[in-house]
Design a protein around this ligand. Structure first.
Ligand code: RIB
Length: 303
Protein backbone atom coordinates (compact mmCIF):
# COMPACT_ATOMS: atom_id res chain seq x y z
CA UNK A 1 0.00 0.00 0.00
CA UNK A 2 1.49 3.32 -1.08
CA UNK A 3 0.36 5.39 1.91
CA UNK A 4 3.56 7.30 2.67
CA UNK A 5 5.04 10.58 1.45
CA UNK A 6 8.78 11.09 1.02
CA UNK A 7 10.08 14.65 1.21
CA UNK A 8 13.67 15.27 0.18
CA UNK A 9 14.82 18.82 0.81
CA UNK A 10 15.93 21.63 3.05
CA UNK A 11 15.70 22.41 6.74
CA UNK A 12 16.38 26.03 7.70
CA UNK A 13 16.44 28.02 10.89
CA UNK A 14 14.14 30.98 10.13
CA UNK A 15 14.56 34.43 11.61
CA UNK A 16 11.40 36.34 10.79
CA UNK A 17 11.42 40.10 11.18
CA UNK A 18 8.12 41.96 10.99
CA UNK A 19 9.16 45.24 9.34
CA UNK A 20 7.18 48.47 9.03
CA UNK A 21 8.83 48.91 5.60
CA UNK A 22 12.07 48.08 3.77
CA UNK A 23 15.06 50.07 5.21
CA UNK A 24 16.67 52.78 3.08
CA UNK A 25 20.34 52.56 2.18
CA UNK A 26 22.48 53.37 5.23
CA UNK A 27 19.46 53.35 7.54
CA UNK A 28 19.10 51.20 10.65
CA UNK A 29 15.45 50.33 10.99
CA UNK A 30 13.79 48.79 14.05
CA UNK A 31 11.71 45.67 13.44
CA UNK A 32 8.26 45.61 15.03
CA UNK A 33 8.57 42.00 16.10
CA UNK A 34 10.92 39.04 15.67
CA UNK A 35 10.19 35.34 15.63
CA UNK A 36 12.49 32.34 15.38
CA UNK A 37 11.07 29.16 13.93
CA UNK A 38 11.92 25.92 12.20
CA UNK A 39 11.62 26.34 8.45
CA UNK A 40 13.10 25.35 5.10
CA UNK A 41 10.80 24.46 2.22
CA UNK A 42 11.42 20.73 2.55
CA UNK A 43 10.82 20.56 6.30
CA UNK A 44 7.80 22.87 6.08
CA UNK A 45 6.12 20.71 3.45
CA UNK A 46 6.91 17.55 5.42
CA UNK A 47 5.55 19.06 8.63
CA UNK A 48 2.32 20.22 6.98
CA UNK A 49 1.60 16.77 5.55
CA UNK A 50 2.51 15.09 8.87
CA UNK A 51 0.32 17.49 10.88
CA UNK A 52 -2.58 16.47 8.66
CA UNK A 53 -1.96 12.88 9.71
CA UNK A 54 -0.14 11.10 6.90
CA UNK A 55 3.14 9.14 7.39
CA UNK A 56 5.94 11.40 6.11
CA UNK A 57 9.61 10.45 5.80
CA UNK A 58 12.12 13.21 5.21
CA UNK A 59 15.68 13.02 3.86
CA UNK A 60 18.00 16.00 4.16
CA UNK A 61 20.91 17.36 6.19
CA UNK A 62 21.29 19.63 9.20
CA UNK A 63 24.49 20.92 10.80
CA UNK A 64 26.01 19.69 14.06
CA UNK A 65 25.10 23.01 15.68
CA UNK A 66 22.32 23.92 18.13
CA UNK A 67 20.08 24.88 15.18
CA UNK A 68 20.48 21.40 13.72
CA UNK A 69 19.27 19.79 16.95
CA UNK A 70 16.35 22.21 17.07
CA UNK A 71 15.36 21.52 13.45
CA UNK A 72 15.50 17.76 13.92
CA UNK A 73 13.56 17.83 17.18
CA UNK A 74 10.89 20.15 15.83
CA UNK A 75 10.25 18.06 12.72
CA UNK A 76 10.06 14.94 14.91
CA UNK A 77 7.66 16.59 17.36
CA UNK A 78 5.34 17.46 14.48
CA UNK A 79 5.30 13.80 13.43
CA UNK A 80 7.86 13.70 10.61
CA UNK A 81 10.03 10.55 10.47
CA UNK A 82 13.54 11.98 10.73
CA UNK A 83 15.81 8.91 10.69
CA UNK A 84 16.97 9.79 7.16
CA UNK A 85 17.96 13.34 8.09
CA UNK A 86 21.75 13.32 8.47
CA UNK A 87 23.63 15.59 10.86
CA UNK A 88 26.83 16.85 9.21
CA UNK A 89 29.78 18.93 10.39
CA UNK A 90 29.15 22.67 10.03
CA UNK A 91 26.22 25.06 10.12
CA UNK A 92 22.59 24.33 9.44
CA UNK A 93 20.66 26.09 6.68
CA UNK A 94 19.23 29.44 7.61
CA UNK A 95 16.76 32.00 6.34
CA UNK A 96 16.16 35.65 7.18
CA UNK A 97 12.64 36.67 6.30
CA UNK A 98 11.65 40.33 6.16
CA UNK A 99 7.88 40.39 6.41
CA UNK A 100 6.29 43.71 5.45
CA UNK A 101 3.04 45.12 6.85
CA UNK A 102 1.19 44.53 3.57
CA UNK A 103 1.99 40.81 3.67
CA UNK A 104 4.88 40.99 1.17
CA UNK A 105 7.82 38.79 2.16
CA UNK A 106 11.50 39.23 1.23
CA UNK A 107 13.60 36.19 2.16
CA UNK A 108 17.31 35.36 1.94
CA UNK A 109 18.60 31.87 2.55
CA UNK A 110 21.97 30.43 3.56
CA UNK A 111 22.46 26.92 2.14
CA UNK A 112 24.57 25.51 5.00
CA UNK A 113 24.14 21.77 5.55
CA UNK A 114 21.34 21.52 2.96
CA UNK A 115 23.98 21.23 0.24
CA UNK A 116 25.68 18.25 1.94
CA UNK A 117 22.99 15.78 0.88
CA UNK A 118 24.29 13.23 -1.63
CA UNK A 119 23.01 10.48 -3.93
CA UNK A 120 24.06 7.99 -1.21
CA UNK A 121 21.48 9.59 1.10
CA UNK A 122 18.88 8.87 -1.57
CA UNK A 123 20.10 5.27 -1.86
CA UNK A 124 19.57 4.87 1.88
CA UNK A 125 15.82 5.53 1.54
CA UNK A 126 15.43 2.81 -1.11
CA UNK A 127 13.24 0.53 1.09
CA UNK A 128 10.64 3.32 1.27
CA UNK A 129 9.89 3.68 -2.46
CA UNK A 130 7.51 0.73 -2.78
CA UNK A 131 5.41 2.00 0.16
CA UNK A 132 5.29 5.62 -0.98
CA UNK A 133 2.75 7.25 -3.25
CA UNK A 134 4.41 10.63 -3.60
CA UNK A 135 7.89 12.16 -3.57
CA UNK A 136 7.95 15.90 -2.87
CA UNK A 137 10.98 17.97 -3.92
CA UNK A 138 12.01 21.63 -3.93
CA UNK A 139 15.10 23.50 -5.14
CA UNK A 140 17.04 24.15 -1.92
CA UNK A 141 19.35 21.12 -2.32
CA UNK A 142 21.80 20.26 -5.15
CA UNK A 143 20.07 19.69 -8.47
CA UNK A 144 21.91 16.45 -9.22
CA UNK A 145 20.44 14.97 -6.03
CA UNK A 146 16.93 16.07 -7.03
CA UNK A 147 17.38 14.56 -10.51
CA UNK A 148 18.69 11.31 -9.03
CA UNK A 149 15.71 11.16 -6.66
CA UNK A 150 13.28 11.75 -9.55
CA UNK A 151 14.82 8.82 -11.46
CA UNK A 152 14.65 6.57 -8.39
CA UNK A 153 11.02 7.47 -7.68
CA UNK A 154 9.91 6.89 -11.28
CA UNK A 155 11.76 3.59 -11.42
CA UNK A 156 9.75 2.43 -8.40
CA UNK A 157 6.36 3.74 -9.58
CA UNK A 158 6.19 6.61 -7.08
CA UNK A 159 4.65 9.89 -8.30
CA UNK A 160 6.74 13.06 -8.12
CA UNK A 161 5.71 16.59 -7.17
CA UNK A 162 8.39 19.16 -7.91
CA UNK A 163 7.98 22.53 -6.20
CA UNK A 164 10.48 24.50 -8.26
CA UNK A 165 11.24 27.01 -5.52
CA UNK A 166 13.41 29.00 -5.49
CA UNK A 167 13.45 29.10 -9.30
CA UNK A 168 16.73 27.95 -10.83
CA UNK A 169 17.76 26.18 -14.01
CA UNK A 170 16.25 22.68 -14.15
CA UNK A 171 16.63 20.41 -17.18
CA UNK A 172 13.34 20.21 -19.08
CA UNK A 173 13.90 16.46 -19.36
CA UNK A 174 13.49 16.28 -15.57
CA UNK A 175 10.54 18.66 -15.36
CA UNK A 176 8.80 16.32 -17.79
CA UNK A 177 9.47 13.32 -15.57
CA UNK A 178 7.55 14.96 -12.69
CA UNK A 179 3.82 14.30 -12.38
CA UNK A 180 3.13 17.69 -10.78
CA UNK A 181 5.11 20.88 -11.34
CA UNK A 182 4.24 23.59 -8.82
CA UNK A 183 5.48 27.19 -8.90
CA UNK A 184 4.36 30.56 -7.55
CA UNK A 185 3.87 33.58 -9.78
CA UNK A 186 7.51 34.70 -9.55
CA UNK A 187 8.86 31.23 -10.31
CA UNK A 188 6.33 30.77 -13.12
CA UNK A 189 7.65 34.02 -14.61
CA UNK A 190 11.18 32.64 -14.45
CA UNK A 191 10.33 29.38 -16.25
CA UNK A 192 7.99 31.05 -18.75
CA UNK A 193 10.28 34.01 -19.44
CA UNK A 194 7.41 36.49 -18.96
CA UNK A 195 5.60 38.32 -16.17
CA UNK A 196 2.73 36.39 -14.61
CA UNK A 197 0.81 38.86 -12.47
CA UNK A 198 -2.87 38.06 -13.00
CA UNK A 199 -4.98 34.93 -12.67
CA UNK A 200 -5.71 35.23 -16.39
CA UNK A 201 -2.03 35.18 -17.32
CA UNK A 202 -1.45 32.33 -14.86
CA UNK A 203 -4.22 30.29 -16.51
CA UNK A 204 -2.79 30.78 -19.98
CA UNK A 205 0.74 29.98 -18.83
CA UNK A 206 -0.24 26.95 -16.73
CA UNK A 207 -1.99 25.55 -19.79
CA UNK A 208 1.03 26.18 -22.02
CA UNK A 209 3.47 24.71 -19.50
CA UNK A 210 1.25 21.68 -18.96
CA UNK A 211 1.21 21.03 -22.72
CA UNK A 212 4.96 21.55 -23.03
CA UNK A 213 5.88 19.34 -20.06
CA UNK A 214 3.09 16.79 -20.46
CA UNK A 215 2.21 16.93 -16.74
CA UNK A 216 -0.02 18.83 -14.32
CA UNK A 217 1.12 22.38 -13.66
CA UNK A 218 -0.01 24.41 -10.66
CA UNK A 219 0.73 28.13 -10.34
CA UNK A 220 0.03 29.59 -6.91
CA UNK A 221 -0.90 33.28 -6.91
CA UNK A 222 -0.79 34.23 -3.20
CA UNK A 223 -4.00 35.83 -1.97
CA UNK A 224 -5.62 35.41 -5.41
CA UNK A 225 -5.52 31.62 -5.22
CA UNK A 226 -4.06 29.08 -7.63
CA UNK A 227 -4.41 27.78 -11.17
CA UNK A 228 -4.24 24.09 -12.01
CA UNK A 229 -3.83 22.81 -15.54
CA UNK A 230 -3.77 19.12 -16.43
CA UNK A 231 -5.75 16.35 -18.04
CA UNK A 232 -8.99 17.54 -16.44
CA UNK A 233 -8.65 21.04 -17.91
CA UNK A 234 -7.52 24.38 -16.51
CA UNK A 235 -9.18 25.59 -13.32
CA UNK A 236 -8.83 28.69 -11.19
CA UNK A 237 -9.03 27.93 -7.47
CA UNK A 238 -9.77 31.05 -5.41
CA UNK A 239 -8.05 31.42 -2.06
CA UNK A 240 -9.99 31.91 1.14
CA UNK A 241 -10.38 35.45 2.46
CA UNK A 242 -8.52 35.82 5.72
CA UNK A 243 -6.74 38.53 7.71
CA UNK A 244 -3.12 37.53 7.03
CA UNK A 245 -0.63 38.05 9.87
CA UNK A 246 2.53 36.67 8.22
CA UNK A 247 2.78 34.57 5.07
CA UNK A 248 6.05 32.59 5.46
CA UNK A 249 5.41 28.96 4.60
CA UNK A 250 2.00 29.55 2.98
CA UNK A 251 3.19 27.93 -0.26
CA UNK A 252 4.70 25.03 1.68
CA UNK A 253 1.47 24.53 3.58
CA UNK A 254 -0.29 24.37 0.19
CA UNK A 255 2.14 21.70 -1.07
CA UNK A 256 1.85 19.61 2.10
CA UNK A 257 -1.93 19.87 1.81
CA UNK A 258 -1.86 18.76 -1.83
CA UNK A 259 0.31 15.77 -0.88
CA UNK A 260 -2.03 14.73 1.92
CA UNK A 261 -5.12 15.12 -0.28
CA UNK A 262 -3.67 13.19 -3.23
CA UNK A 263 -2.76 10.26 -1.00
CA UNK A 264 -6.25 10.31 0.40
CA UNK A 265 -7.74 9.77 -3.04
CA UNK A 266 -8.68 13.31 -4.09
CA UNK A 267 -8.00 14.34 -7.66
CA UNK A 268 -5.57 17.22 -8.13
CA UNK A 269 -8.34 19.84 -8.43
CA UNK A 270 -9.98 18.80 -5.15
CA UNK A 271 -6.52 18.49 -3.63
CA UNK A 272 -5.76 22.12 -4.51
CA UNK A 273 -9.07 23.28 -3.04
CA UNK A 274 -8.21 21.45 0.18
CA UNK A 275 -4.66 22.89 0.12
CA UNK A 276 -5.91 26.51 -0.12
CA UNK A 277 -7.70 25.91 3.19
CA UNK A 278 -4.40 24.78 4.74
CA UNK A 279 -2.54 27.89 3.63
CA UNK A 280 -5.44 30.13 4.71
CA UNK A 281 -4.87 28.93 8.28
CA UNK A 282 -1.07 29.16 8.00
CA UNK A 283 -1.03 32.86 7.07
CA UNK A 284 -3.05 33.78 10.16
CA UNK A 285 -0.15 33.05 12.51
CA UNK A 286 3.61 33.88 12.72
CA UNK A 287 6.26 31.48 11.38
CA UNK A 288 5.98 28.56 9.01
CA UNK A 289 5.79 25.24 10.87
CA UNK A 290 4.11 26.45 14.09
CA UNK A 291 1.33 28.04 11.99
CA UNK A 292 0.44 25.02 9.90
CA UNK A 293 -2.93 23.45 10.66
CA UNK A 294 -3.93 19.99 11.78
CA UNK A 295 -6.72 18.22 9.90
CA UNK A 296 -9.28 19.35 12.52
CA UNK A 297 -8.28 22.98 12.06
CA UNK A 298 -8.64 22.66 8.27
CA UNK A 299 -12.04 21.00 8.62
CA UNK A 300 -13.24 23.87 10.82
CA UNK A 301 -12.77 26.13 7.78
CA UNK A 302 -16.08 26.48 5.93
CA UNK A 303 -16.39 26.60 2.09
O1 RIB B 1 8.94 28.74 1.90
C1 RIB B 1 9.33 29.34 3.10
C2 RIB B 1 10.67 28.85 3.50
O2 RIB B 1 11.59 29.24 2.52
C3 RIB B 1 11.16 29.41 4.80
O3 RIB B 1 10.82 28.61 5.91
C4 RIB B 1 12.66 29.57 4.57
O4 RIB B 1 13.43 28.75 5.37
C5 RIB B 1 12.88 29.29 3.08
O5 RIB B 1 13.45 28.07 2.86
Amino acid sequence: MRNKIIVIGSLNYDIILKMPRWPKQGETLTAKEAAFAAGGKGANQAVQAAKLGIPVYMAGCVGNDAMGEFLLNTAREYGVRTEHIRQVKGSSGMSVVNAMEDGEVFACIVRGANYEITKEDIDRIAPLWEESGLLILQMEIPQEVNCYAIDQAKEHGCQVLMNAAPAAPLAEEYIKKCDYFVVNEVEAGYYAGKTIDTMGKASTEAQEMSKRYGNTVIITMGKDGAVVSGEGGTWQIPSQEVQAVETTGAGDSFIGGVGYALLNGMDIYAACRFATKCSAVTVCRMGAQPSMPTLDEVMEKKQ
